[in-house]
Write a new protein. Structure first.
Lengths: 460, 382
């Protein structure tokens, strides 16, 4: 059995500075107040989990407790997905080709839990820690790089990364969200520390992370970062501290997930409580809500939005998924963003001065107004074109990787070249900014995802 | 605008699949998106996008070309009347130039865009905006007296052989505008070089040689003053003579970030270094001309700012761009001084480096790959 690691290494003197990147300032940041949200409608969406083929364990009308298994992954049957709330399975919604979309649960208000026994991680072996996380359904919170799929319970990562700050537009403030949850967070970290012989990296923002929950954490290596988005992405942090080589695996999860893991060990049950930020220019009063994983979008927004034609995004504007009003927040999302749809024509728009437009390119005057906040819509501002411009992506892509060459390698499905150019080190979210600023309007994240899926298939 | 939009919306159904003019979809789309930025919204990935698009980018290059174009038009008239010993005001000269230059521009655009539209139609693509720039570059590198049918053939050759056979915009290896110029240079050498072609309707007695032409035959004393070459009041291709006007374009390209400052500076550095090396050698008069004169003669400045920076045919890696640019500058001066058959080395230097750009990128990328493999090996050992 491995030694229990108790020391914390804090290297406060070195700050990893990231220079490339871009902060996009949007209107609609959530006010730093957490309100309780009363909602009875929740769902688990199997499509949130990359590469998972669900095998149902419940049917419509069944009564479930929090922690009751709902389905398992056909490919990896040791990965279990459980109910975030006690109640009744109202509907199992399927889409085209019987694709399982949503398992809707109506809460019964009884708050019954499946008991997994409260135990300190320090008193358990690595296998026991994994077993408890697996059975309770918190295991899917831990994902791996490469591929961003749920971690393999039978594998061991070379290290684990937690980014305590989010640099994406209108990102929720983890200092606020985790306030007062220090003990749960520490217990979660202790559990994670059991999972690897390597380090657990807890990465904080050099200037803005003040919460003692983070800075006083034990049993981890605390690293400081500073820089624009995507500095908060674990991908960038892994790349700087412990880059992934072929065959290596790093696990990661979000700060709120660590709390969920901690609660499992301290209380003995799956507690899917989650603080969600309601953000975006079309929200009348953006604010934080305390609710659960997979809450109904409608309950979150209620009458709190403007009257224009809107897009609801589970997550942030860079990487989030578009959801309908009658849908639910994603498993990995703790933010709902509402922005206007941009389905309008603009007369000679490409030729106008564009004083109010958002652009990184200096062909619009936007670069003169660094701190301006924008109300951006979903208009593509152009049509799909061939990849013509060069040197654009590099400005917002802080990896020692040639982004355009990698994208082209994926487009032609050259496995060797993709590997050589560093596909294991990246995820689609790391390319989000490249996609935003792209002159040719290429859907880069889609391409990168295709490449990752292809590699995963090839490597298995 | 509302009326126009309504009109387009009414016509649109005819051009979509199943409509009467389904086959002309790309053409309709090109005109529609030219008038209106489309109402297309993001469907996957990032939900918000930068306002920049290909039209904006290309139109900025065209704007950057305007100083050279306007000066070029005036200079065509100026050189014409100068050769006849007449002096006029600005407008008559500009008017004469316009009569000469405008038809070339029109032929270039009509032929080039016609072919582009046809290919887009066949391939079911949207029409790419790249030719908006190429169509302006081609006239500017032509001699003022070039027959229009030659412009048409050269443009067609450039678009079809230079671009479309490689798969269209973004796939071409050579700069299309330079391909057009090179085609004419090799196919009709007498119309594209010598002393006769650089001044429109020149009076016979007047010498119409360009500075490079003088140097070619060893008439170092006959080249115009530095000031005249910098301002561009000399015979030459329509848009190439004025370094000042080109410099204005360079400022626009660099300020907006549309043109690669990296490439421009390295071409200039390469040209200066090579010119300076020749000064050290000093075997003949051509080698002895000050290095900076190479920058203001012939097509060096125009090539540096508008041709070498074409993102598709240039090196695509950051480091590669330095090598690519530097070598263009060096080779251009090298060809000028060493190869009397080709007075204009810039065109050939850029085309040559267009061909080598992928190789430069290959080595830059290989070094990145090696670094990654080395790291992996260290990790395995540890």
């Amino acid at each position: 059995m491995q030694l229990i690691k108790t020391c914390t290494q804090v290297d406060m003197s070195t700050v990893t500075k990231i220079r490339k990147g871009l902060n996009i300032n949007l209107i609609g940041e959530a006010e730093k107040v957490i309100k309780e949200l009363k909602s009875d409608h929740f769902a688990v969406k199997p499509t949130d989990f990359i590469g998972v083929f669900p095998k149902m364990l419940v049917k419509e009308g069944d009564t479930v407790k929090t922690g009751t298994p709902l389905f398992i992954d056909k490919n990896r049957e040791n990965i279990i997905f459980t109910a975030p709330v006690s109640g009744v399975i109202r509907e199992i919604k399927r889409g085209a080709k019987r694709l399982l979309l949503e398992i809707k649960i109506d809460a019964d208000g009884k708050d019954e839990y499946v008991d997994f026994k409260a135990e300190q991680p320090s008193s358990l072996s690595r296998e026991q820690v994994i077993e408890k996380m697996r059975l309770s359904g918190v295991w899917p919170l831990i994902r791996q790089r490469p591929y961003s799929v749920i971690a393999d319970p039978l594998a061991e990562p070379k290290s684990i990364f937690i980014s305590t700050f989010d640099t994406s537009p209108l990102a929720p403030d983890n200092d606020l969200i985790l306030h007062g949850q220090g003990e749960d967070f520490q217990t979660g970290l202790d559990a994670l520390a059991k999972l690897t012989k390597g380090k657990v990296h807890l990465n904080i923002e050099a200037e803005t992370t003040h919460s003692k929950v983070f800075t006083n954490s034990k049993n981890v290596q605390i690293n400081q970062f500073s820089g624009p988005h995507p500095t908060g992405n674990v991908g960038v942090q892994i790349n700087r501290l412990d880059p992934i080589n072929k065959g290596e695996v790093v696990w990661y999860c979000y700060p709120q997930d660590v709390v969920t893991i901690g609660k499992l060990f301290r209380k003995g049950h799956y507690d899917a409580t989650r603080v969600v930020a309601l953000t975006g220019s079309e929200v009348l009063s953006p604010v934080y809500f305390r609710t659960r994983t997979g809450v109904a979008v409608e309950d979150l927004v209620k009458k709190n939005t403007t009257d224009v034609k809107k897009r609801y995004i589970s997550g942030n504007v860079l990487t989030g998924k578009q959801v309908e009003l009658d849908s639910y927040l994603g498993f990995y999302h703790n933010q709902l963003t509402v922005i206007p749809e941009g389905d309008y024509y603009e007369f000679l728009g490409w030729g106008m001065p564009g004083l109010k437009k958002f652009s990184v390119s200096r062909s619009f005057p936007a670069f003169l107004f660094r701190n301006r906040k924008y109300r951006l819509d979903t208009n593509l501002h152009g049509g799909d074109r061939a990849l013509v411009m060069t040197g654009q992506y590099e400005k917002v892509f802080p990896f020692d990787i040639y982004p355009m060459q990698l994208i082209k390698a994926i487009m032609v499905e050259d496995i060797d070249l993709m590997e050589n150019l560093g596909i294991y080190e990246v995820d689609e979210e790391d390319f989000a900014l490249c996609e935003v600023i792209d002159t040719s309007k290429t859907n880069i994240q889609e391409i990168v995802r295709k490449g990752l899926d292809l590699m995963r298939k090839e490597m298995s | 605008m509302k009326l126009l939009r309504d009109f387009l919306d009414k016509q649109k159904p005819h051009f979509v699949k199943g409509g009467r003019f389904e086959k002309l979809h790309s053409t309709f789309d090109a005109f529609e998106t030219f008038l209106f930025v489309p109402n297309k919204v993001t469907s996957s990935g990032a939900h918000i996008r930068d306002a920049i698009d290909m039209k904006r980018t290309m139109i900025i290059v065209v704007v950057a070309l305007l100083p050279a174009l306007i000066f070029g038009i005036w200079n065509v008239g100026y050189q014409h009347y100068l050769s006849q010993g007449l002096a006029y005001d600005f407008w008559p000269m500009f008017g004469f130039g316009l009569m000469k230059v405008l038809p070339i521009i029109i032929v270039s655009y009509v032929v080039g865009l016609g072919i582009e539209f046809a290919f887009a139609q066949v391939r079911h693509h949207e029409v790419n905006e790249g030719f908006l720039v190429s169509g302006m570059l081609i006239p500017l590198v032509m001699p003022p007296d070039v027959p229009l049918w030659m412009v048409a053939i050269a443009t067609a050759f450039a678009v079809i052989i230079g671009k479309e056979v490689f798969g269209g915009t973004g796939m071409n290896i050579l700069n299309p505008a330079l391909t057009a110029r090179a085609f004419l240079f090799f196919a009709y050498p007498s119309e594209m070089s010598g002393d006769l072609v650089w001044i429109a309707e020149k009076a016979d007695a007047y010498s119409g040689a360009t500075p490079l032409g003088h140097l070619l035959v060893g008439e170092v004393d006959k080249i115009p003053s530095d000031w005249a070459m910098f301002l561009g009041t000399i015979p030459g291709s329509i848009g190439e003579t004025s370094t000042l006007a080109i410099l204005l374009g360079a400022i626009i390209l660099i300020a907006t970030g549309v043109g690669s400052a990296r490439i421009m500076f390295s071409v200039v550095a390469g040209g200066l270094v090579m010119g300076w090396l020749f000064n050290l050698w000093g075997a003949n008069d051509y080698m002895n001309i000050p290095a900076y004169q190479h920058l203001i003669m012939g097509g060096f400045a125009f090539g540096t700012v508008f041709m070498a920076t074409d993102p598709v045919s240039a090196s695509q890696t950051g480091i590669g761009k330095y090598y690519y640019g530097f070598l263009i500058g060096m080779i251009a001066v090298l060809i000028r001084v060493f190869n009397p058959a080709y007075p204009e080395g810039m065109m050939l230097a850029i085309l040559l480096m267009n061909v080598f750009a992928p190789l430069i990128d290959h080595y830059v990328i290989q070094s990145n790959i090696k670094k990654r493999l080395k790291r992996a090996k260290v990790a395995v050992k540890a």
